[in-house]
Design a protein around this ligand. Structure first.
Ligand code: HEM
Length: 412
């Protein structure tokens, strides 16, 4: 079914041109169809819950590096109904929403740990984590893949990387899955209360872990980070806490959805699945194509510092703007046959748009790629005759997208 342009409400942009307003209901039903229908005619649409969505690849790519598009600070939580409290503070003190020197200061202590070379050295242990997880349920012949692999893999990797005890995984992952709902648009008052409660508990958890390391330092990343950050005197205790909070949140849910989606897409395209099973050299292309076709993150948020003309539509200063990487990666002006899943695609941009651009480009990109590639390599090597019994339905069009369930089976 193809989505048609049917927005009733057209608002006048400052340029005098009409900007359609897309509804949450339309986008929840068929996000790709809605983006496709609007993208041809309109470079920008308004979202009924607030904010502008930029839809075309060329604009998303260009504007992500445009200094007039500033990090969103606390605009996003405020728009969602969080005017104070832990969730507000997480945005206020985090690196994602900070600008200029403040951003550099908050991100710098992590650059070396997350650099591609350091992560390459971790690949064998990431691969072992994938193999251990498969071993846990291989003999059973069927599994809830989303819970038993896709969720556990990134949680174990981030726990090992930061030095968090593996016994803590059930506690912090449940909190993270609640906290990341902040990135869904159109939250109810009850949801806002639940997200804030989870945010407070996650903050308490991180506070407790950091406090333990302050009292008895170990040979691990958190102790080294605390010592360097305290000695440098450039980060307040609040900032230290919220950077670790951000890494746990950023490293857990995005990759969970991506691991599930890439396997589901390949199992739904059996010929390509068989090719990857036969030739492991195809794994990285398959991972890149899955992230393009059904990304786990839908858009990046920015705020305009002055009026900006986007393809004839003027977005006024001070507006929240979603640069829709999800729409951009299906733009027919950039990608040949954008709605076809093709692991042999040769026209992927050098930098994958899914990880954003510029100073805020995902600090966890190398880890995410290592997890996605090692997961797929381990699964294709061990279970080439895998069946998709319950296909996941992916929802959402902004922030971290959501999956309901996914089951697979095989003959051990
Ligand atoms: C498939 C998995 C992932 C996707 C799709 C993803 C996507 C993104 C995107 C689009 C941004 C930039 C947002 C912006 O410019 O506003 C970002 C930033 C960030 N990501 Fe990821 N991410 C993933 C995995 C991870 C992992 C594994 C970690 C941590 C271990 C992580 C931690 C972060 C952090 C801390 C930032 C903020 C960076 C900054 O502002 O300087 N992400 N991510």
């Amino acid at each position: 079914m193809r989505a048609e342009i049917s927005a009733k409400d057209f608002s006048a942009g400052s340029s005098g041109g009409a900007i359609p307003t897309v509804t949450l209901k339309q986008l929840e039903a068929d996000p790709h169809g809605v983006f496709r229908a609007y993208r041809k005619q309109y470079p920008v649409v308004l979202h009924e819950t607030g904010g502008y969505f930029v839809l075309r690849f060329s604009d998303v790519d260009r504007l992500s590096k445009d200094p007039r598009f500033r990090p969103s600070g606390t605009s996003f939580p405020e728009m969602q109904g969080f005017s104070s409290g832990t969730m507000f503070d997480a945005f206020d003190h985090g690196m994602l929403t900070a600008d200029g020197d403040v951003h550099r200061r908050r991100r710098a202590p992590f650059s070396r740990l997350f650099a591609a070379r350091a992560i390459t050295e971790m690949r064998p242990s990431i691969r072992r984590t994938a193999e251990d997880l498969i071993e846990d349920w291989y003999g059973v012949g069927e599994v809830n893949f989303f819970d038993e692999f896709a969720a556990k893999m990134p949680a174990r990797v981030i726990a090992d990387l930061l030095g968090l005890p593996r016994e803590d995984i059930p506690e912090f992952t449940l909190l993270v899955y609640e906290v990341t709902k902040v990135f869904s648009l159109g939250l109810s008052p009850d949801e806002i209360v639940e997200i804030e409660k989870a945010g407070q508990r996650l903050r308490e958890y991180v506070d407790k872990v950091l406090d333990e390391r302050r009292r008895s330092p170990r040979e691990d990343f958190l102790s080294t980070f605390l010592a360097a950050a305290t000695e440098g005197g450039e980060m307040s205790p609040e900032e230290m806490l919220y950077q670790i909070f951000a890494l746990i949140v950023g490293g857990t849910d995005t990759t969970r959805v991506a691991i599930a989606m890439q396997l589901a897409l390949l199992l739904q395209h059996r010929d390509q699945w068989a090719e990857v099973c036969r030739d492991p050299a195809l794994v990285s292309g398959a991972v890149a194509e899955a992230m393009r076709f059904e990304p786990s993150v839908g858009a990046v948020a920015r705020v305009t510092s002055e009026d900006v003309d986007v393809g004839g539509t003027v977005i006024p200063a001070g507006q929240l703007v979603m640069l829709s990487t999800m729409s951009a990666m299906r733009d027919e002006m950039t990608y040949d046959r954008p709605d076809t899943f093709d692991i042999h695609r040769t026209n992927q941009p050098r930098l994958h748009p899914i990880f954003g651009y510029g100073a805020h480009r995902c600090i966890g990109e190398a880890i995410a790629r290592a997890e996605l590639e090692e997961s797929l390599s381990a699964i294709t090597a061990r279970m080439p005759r895998l069946n998709l019994d319950v296909a996941p339905k992916i929802n959402g069009h902004f922030g971290i997208r959501r999956i309901d369930a996914m089951r697979v089976s095989w003959k051990p």
